[in-house]
Design a protein around this ligand. Structure first.
Ligand code: ZN
Length: 155
């Protein structure tokens, strides 16, 4: 089965039109079809485009980084934190360095409330994409499940 490797430039804006991320000034983003490197709502649309195409792609939160979920808001006894803990501080789960950082959203009398939702959860996203390249994945890339070369793995 063949898969596409797509390179694209983008600015990403949120519901209020603020730019929250952009590939401007960097290399284009490169991903391989079906490798779960990309959010589903964006990948689906990118696969319909061809090299040189420009398109505004709106991705609802549910097809982006998901809806905010209250189960990711947790309360932890305050004595587990440094005494100067304030709203906005971020803490990493020490057992899993790749987990999302927990953000302090409230400091109360005896406990601290933490939010581990993705920062873009619940946000509707708009990508203004320009496809800079589309090619077939090589046999080696298909075996490895990731892109090699520019923008990908080097090994
Ligand atoms: Zn590889």
């Amino acid at each position: 089965m063949s898969k596409k490797v797509i390179s694209f430039h983008y600015p990403l804006t949120n519901n209020s039109g603020e730019v929250i991320d952009s590939s401007k000034g960097h290399s284009p983003l490169v991903f391989m079809e079906g490798s779960q490197q990309n959010i589903p709502g964006l990948e689906k649309e990118l696969l319909l485009l061809k090299k040189g195409d420009q398109k505004k792609i709106a991705v609802k939160a549910a097809e982006g980084y998901g809806e905010r979920d209250n189960k990711f808001i947790i309360s932890v006894p305050k004595d587990k934190f440094p005494p100067d803990v304030v709203v906005g501080d971020e803490f990493q789960n020490s057992e899993d360095e790749h987990s999302m950082p927990f953000k302090v959203i409230a400091v109360n009398e005896g406990y601290v409330e933490l939010d581990a939702n993705h920062p873009l959860a619940g946000v509707d996203l708009t990508f203004d994409v320009e496809i800079t390249d589309i090619r077939e994945a090589s046999a080696e890339e298909l075996t490895h499940g990731h892109v090699h070369g520019e923008g990908g793995h080097h090994h």
